[in-house]
Design a protein around this ligand. Sequence first.
Ligand code: SF4
Ligand code: SF4
Ligand code: SF4
Ligand code: FES
Length: 946
Amino acid sequence: MALIRETDFGTPRRTSEALVTLEIDGKPVAVPAGTSIMRAAVEAGIPVPKLCATDNVEAFGSCRLCLVEIEGRKGLPASCTTLAEPGLKVRTQSPKLARMRRGMMELYISDHPLDCLTCSANGNCELQDMAGVVGLREVRYGYDGANHLQPGKDNSNPYFSFEPSKCILCSRCVRACSEVQGTFALTIEGRGFGSKVSAGGTDFLSSECVSCGACVQACPTATLTEKSVTEKGQGDRTVLTTCAYCGVGCGFKAELKGNDIVRMVPHKDGKANHGHSCVKGRFAWGYATHKDRILKPMIRARITDPWREVSWEEAINHAASEFKRIQSKYGRDSIGGITSSRCTNEETFLVQKMVRAAFGNNNVDTCARVCHSPTGYGLKSTFGTSAGTQDFDSVDAADVIMIIGANPTDAHPVFASQMKRRLRKGARLIIIDPRRIDLVKTPYVKADYHLPLRPGTNVAIINAIAHVVITEGLGDETFIQERCDVAAFESWKKFIADERNSPEAVEAASGVPAVDIRAAARLYATGGNAAIYYGLGVTEHSQGSTMVMGMANLAMATGNIGKRGAGVNPLRGQNNVQGSCDMGSFPHEFSGYRHVSEDNVRESFEREWSVPLQNEPGLRIPNMLDAACEGSFKALYVQGEDIVQSDPNTQHVSRGLAAMECVVVQDLFLNETASFAHVFLPGSSFLEKDGTFTNAERRISMVRKAIPPVAGYEDWQITMLLSEALGYPMHYQHPSEIMDEIARLTPTFAGVNYAKLDQLGSIQWPCNDAAPTGTPVMHIDKFVRGKGRFMITEYVPTDERTTDRFPLILTTGRILSQYNVGAQTRRTDNNVWHDEDVLEIHPWDAENRGVRDGDLISLSSRVGETTLPARVSERMQPGVVYTTFHHAMTGANVVTTEFSDWATNCPEYKVTAVQVQPASRPSLWQQHYQETKRLTTQVLSQTGAD
Ligand code: SF4
Ligand code: SF4
Ligand code: SF4
Ligand code: FES
């Protein structure tokens, strides 16, 4: 596809249903009330010169290039700041306007470096374009007087540069930073001739800037430019695709020169991001061509042997013959597979198909096991389906936003920006989190209530909120009677109204004052549309599933479900974690969350796949590892997942893998799990494949191949090769054919196909005859399960308790610049912001232990010990410490334990009793890790592989 330059309408779209009709250059034009004349003109195909206006920020009216004439009015108003009114007659071109515009441009150009031919923006510069549009032929003013042409560049940000001599002070960057991103890092400093753009008096890197790139995108000149563009020049083609980092699922334009990515530009038509992005999606794509990429298949007999590069054929045949040997020796159920939430829906579907059809068992699981499996269980039990209820845009209609156990500005940054926009317009905010996350107080946004609960007491708090709703009569009786299972409600009502669930009763355990719980409950129940957004701080607990049901109960009790601005919404972590669950990655479910024991469902798969299938659930990841330690589980195929770093109790995971006779890892890099592998199959990045991802709002978006797979195959092709070698050939020519099969087998995907995705851009499932273009908001007239079901959610304290030996609680999370196990982001310049995990600790706890900011500390629990630097921070409450798990050497999961959600086995990452003490050297685990890592990742030089 040739390079795509989207139309810039100059000012934001308005959505009023009232239309205004006016005449522009003799052409009648009808636009929603509130639309600017500039936008009305551009929508009618009439371009208006402009510099300071762009359509994702409000008009500013400074450049005066967009002047127009309006019949019957004096003067020449700026079309960007003048609204369309009924009956106006507007002229965008006249000799007078042309003269004025040329005069403006002359002033701009007379204070601008004339290095167009060598400028990185040459060919993509609005100043250059406008000079052409207005017909500027000469500049009468010399360069002798005062000007802004002094050389100098701020190169501190690793991804973009700031060259003030090229700045035309249009303020688009400042407005993008505040209105779009909501960070307010930039200002126009000084006055008059001395005005300049400033990142708070310092350079960009040391400012509040979070490197989202919105200012770079907004800049009409080369003042703010991607360094990759400066280095490589402008791209010559565009591929539309979807970000492969988080569950927001931002749409991107990959701009390329040949097969070289020049830059990623967020797509304005991306329905999850509307042209915005964060630092990861926009800038952190360099890992795709990092030197650490493994490009040849490799095998070895023992995990202490060096890797030997082999041909694809040898690697695939070796893996297949090992799987077959092991099954014939230890039985059909002795092997299994893990699908990846980083890979596409089609790839995930194929892995579970291969396990069920070629391995002949149901031993397939996914990394959602360790993040959002309680979401599946909890929402299915109450509402009838395992997914968030709303689209992101629904937040624009929310009056109260309740965030529980999530940190959107770090983990879901683009949705956080959208949320902040709504909050700046007046929505109220309740945050339930042990930590003082950024949203508690950020520019122009302040939480009405922050309930800093003790980790592990979520259920006590949600029950107490519901208790207030019920006992104070704040529920929505009509909704309950019409939409819910009334008998289930009555027994829940009795349970929840019991005194043991009152705010006063849970105050001591939760650490949250009862008065705050009551106030938050009243606000949620009576403040208008109330929407809950939650994250892993809800699910990764021993009562994760209970908590999900508790939130669903609360939403039903107040009628906050089935309409815009309300709902219960998991903020999914990885790009395709929703999709990997949808695609049947769990051992007990086929695609579309249908149990393997349902005969009619299983038979439909048997018919399509021409093979008998097991009717009993297979093993979950923790069961596979336990069985491996016990000696009955012997081989594993892991696609795009690093369970050694991401799963709890690293030592146990390592023991399980080390006990297996064949571990096959398919990945981009020799990750931690590959240290235990016997076969390594080089995978492909999202830039190298076709397929789809499904984001947190159930939105299925296209991933399109921008460059050929650098190791030769897309991941779905590798699974096909392996399946064929196992004796179960698959015959897909393209992932679209896999999607067609998914649609045939999965009622919620029945209407999904690539042609429709191309046409609509993206589709939110369910998509079928009843909803041919998808479903933005679910449960509108009735719940998927019919009547909404209230579930009893008894609070049961976790077995993980603090003791004299381990008196603190560790909770874990993510930060903005790194992603999950860090395999991708650690191989980018994002390390500038976070090159090691640190332990956040409250000043009191630090002082008690003689720990100062930056000191190396030992973090120990009853299962393990690691060391990392301390960061003394009042974000934490006393008694609670926090770290991330982005760096393998830190091994945060060395200390997390085997406790897990009662229903789904999702690990209890968020509650580990620990001790913190000063340390002087790495822990024994870390020393061992360093030694074995070297040993287990040696690669012999090439030995004639293809
Ligand atoms: S990169 Fe984003 S946060 Fe940083 S200054 Fe630009 S708009 Fe603001
Ligand atoms: S840096 Fe770019 S966007 Fe910002 S004021 Fe200067 S020219 Fe405008
Ligand atoms: S918010 Fe998520 S999906 Fe969007 S660019 Fe950032 S990482 Fe990618
Ligand atoms: S574009 Fe209207 S004043 Fe600049």
